[in-house]
Design a protein around this ligand. Structure first.
Ligand code: BTN
Length: 261
């Protein structure tokens, strides 16, 4: 697989590819061969086998942003413990939210940007970005974290289970490189906080823009779904749901489309 270019941005190094299967898959295979390390990024113009959470397909046509950021899992693991690793996807969600908020404000475009649990970015209640966090764990130690992010800049698929949109439709003008670099700036700041304190110091930031907080929602995974009021998030990013008979903690799943449930 040949790069079409590469460059350094601050303390990150970006490997740019044209069409590949999946930036997460390539990051994992290069990591296993010791060909890339932390703070390196796999960026692609298109993906043939873009993956979403629960192995769903992530349609990846040219014109959108598709990248995987490799992070050092050892530091996080040592300071915070393995159970905090998954909260990093919510941290990326906060950084992406702020990035798009700043870009839209600079262009005088008013948008309702929200975070749909656990880590989807919505604009005006339509999904515009998704995050897929994967780890390389060896002997119960997290060696690397792969943060895969897709942002719909110029196109979005039809017929998704949750309605979607793209930045161009919303009149936001941005190219993939500027969006990636702005994200890296914002993410670096939040990552430092996260490494020192964990998700608890960032939870309020996530909640500030939470989609349907204190409202009736349905949460589900591939097997089941449950309805209740979205009360809160705990320090590990679990969703606290008040159902008619008890309050429960949900660690995996998605907040579902209210119209399809
Ligand atoms: C989701 O919402 O289910 C997560 C979508 C994550 C998509 C990105 S695109 C870049 C990276 N490579 C992949 O194959 N998936 C992630």
């Amino acid at each position: 697989m040949k790069e079409i270019g590469n460059w350094q941005y601050k303390n990150f190094f970006i490997h740019h590819f044209d069409k590949i299967e999946s930036t997460n898959d390539l990051a994992i295979s290069l990591l296993n061969n010791r060909q890339v390390f932390s703070n390196e990024i796999i960026l692609a113009n298109q993906q043939n086998k873009g993956r979403g959470r629960y192995n769903r397909q992530w349609v990846s046509e040219v014109g959108n942003l598709y990248f995987s950021l490799i992070l050092d899992g050892k530091i996080a693991n040592k300071n915070l413990g393995l159970n905090q690793i998954s909260t990093l996807s919510l941290v990326a969600n906060i950084a992406l939210n702020l990035t798009i908020k700043k870009i839209s404000q600079a262009q005088n475009i008013a948008l309702n940007i929200s975070n749909k649990w656990p880590n989807d970015l919505l604009i005006n209640d339509n999904k515009v970005a998704g995050i897929l966090l994967e780890n390389i764990i060896v002997n119960n130690n997290c060696e690397f974290i792969i943060l895969g992010i897709g942002v719909n800049i110029s196109n979005n698929p039809d017929n998704t289970s949750f309605q979607s949109t793209n930045l161009q439709k919303l009149k936001i003008a941005i190219d993939t490189r500027s969006l990636l670099e702005s994200f890296l700036d914002n993410f670096s700041n939040f990552f430092t906080i996260w490494q020192n304190f964990g998700f608890k110091n960032l939870r309020d930031l996530w909640l500030r823009d939470a989609y349907n907080l204190h409202k009736e929602i349905f949460v589900g995974d591939l097997e089941s779904r449950i309805g209740g009021v979205f009360e809160d998030l705990d320090e590990l990013g679990n969703l606290i749901l008040k159902t008619p008979d008890k309050t429960i903690k949900i660690s995996a799943g998605d907040v579902l489309n209210p119209e399809k449930n």
